[in-house]
Design a protein around this ligand. Sequence first.
Ligand SMILES: [Zn+2]
Length: 230
Amino acid sequence: MRGDKKAVILYGPPGSGKGTQADLLVRRYGFFHFDTGQYLRRLLNDPKNKNNKEIQKEKKLNEEGTLNTPAFVLKRVGEETRRIARMGLSITYSGSPRTLFEAFGDAKHKGLLALLKKEYGAKNVFIFRLLVNSASAAKRNAGRLMCGVCGLPILAASKVKTCSFCGAPAKRRVDDDPKIFAHRIEEYEKRTFPILAKAVKQGYTIKKVNGEPAPYRVHETIAAHLERTK
Ligand SMILES: [Zn+2]
């Protein structure tokens, strides 16, 4: 990929393939895929943090099933993002920032979008919205398989139902139960639309991408946008 390091935010309903698109940016261009949930789990469970009172408090919330303090999440995600940016890496998020506060902060806290703009430059921050109709997302989702051992996705369209990496049999993703799926789409819309609307108001361009074609073709559309200078 030519030019400056980039920050890419991918939104899309469950089944739209945003995680796959993030992974393609990782594999093809060396992006860092920032998975907020995974990062927080690692932070809270790191034995090195066992004497950190703030982290232990958040860990307890987590274990009780209570949401972590938004300001804590934003601060930590922000620090880690800055660290990655300063290592000179392009970064991609799939489905996050998840809340208005994470995206835009408030009077006291700088939001993630402003931070990305500062670290990467406004012209290098890209927000994509993957569009799929809900029937085809549901269908794609119902057929979505992953390796039961290493977690690698397995293309549902393929005749081979074993993992190409470790050879283990495929299984269906647990969170992809059709009943839960419709609810997850609704949740996604409720959560994401206000973020997109506010981003537009603040002058960000949201690029809509058709998420229906095969993942490599969707990737090519995204890559073409990234190559374009704004
Ligand atoms: Zn495997």
